[in-house]
Design a protein around this ligand. Structure first.
Ligand code: ZN
Length: 211
């Protein structure tokens, strides 16, 4: 899946590298993170095997302005739970039901090029309550054939960093081949990328600007 996502983003002109957690330092060295504008994170069964130091390094980079796209079951990743401060728990069911994702913020950059909704014929269900803080911006809400709903596209601002949680992406479905899903991935990377804002300072400011 990581190479499928990477190859799509490369086809759109972005420079993309992939990392897996079996690599030294979980593939996310200080140098590599320093050269990363936006990090996409997919994880499922082995969240607890991600090292403390890796979580801390990624956390500090997000605070400093790196974008973070949290995909599907990475809702339980240590970095996402750290950034949210809540359990990030949810309901789930794996019977391949239909998902319809409604755009609830059509003016948002992440919704560019989408219709009013798009559908995935088979996906794992994630249902509310999703135990996250209220998103700063909500872009997508899912309906599932079984009756559950879910906040599927959620934006958060933490420090100088922008975070987007995007729900679809169960490993047994071809979700990351869907054209609308790929649009959301590209749009979210562009949205979360750092902008050339001012360098911020904190602390004691003894000299007022006006005399
Ligand atoms: Zn899944």
């Amino acid at each position: 899946m990581h190479e499928q996502i990477a190859s799509h983003l490369r086809s759109k002109g972005l420079t993309v590298q992939t990392a897996t957690q079996d690599e030294p330092e979980n593939g996310l060295t200080t140098e590599r993170l320093a050269n990363t504008d936006v990090l996409l994170w997919w994880g499922h069964m082995a969240h607890d095997q991600v090292k403390d130091e890796t979580v801390e390094r990624v956390y500090q980079r997000v605070m400093g302005g790196m974008g973070l796209i949290v995909l599907h079951s990475a809702h339980f990743s240590r970095i996402f739970r750290r950034l949210m401060g809540t359990t990030c728990n949810l309901k789930w069911r794996e019977i391949g039901e239909k998902e319809r994702l409604w755009v609830v913020n059509p003016g948002h950059p992440i919704a560019a090029g989408l219709g009013e909704y798009f559908e995935l014929e088979h996906e794992e269900m994630y249902g509310e309550l999703f135990d996250i803080p209220a998103p700063d911006e909500l872009v997508l809400v899912s309906w599932f054939a079984g009756g559950d709903i879910f906040r599927s596209g959620c934006c958060f601002y933490r420090g100088m960093g922008k975070i987007f949680y995007f729900r679809p992406g169960h490993e047994t479905y071809p979700t990351y081949h869907n054209p609308d899903v790929l649009k959301v991935l590209y749009n979210s990377v562009m949205w979360a990328a750092p902008c050339a804002g001012p360098t911020v300072t904190f602390g004691h400011r003894p000299e007022p600007l006006e005399k």
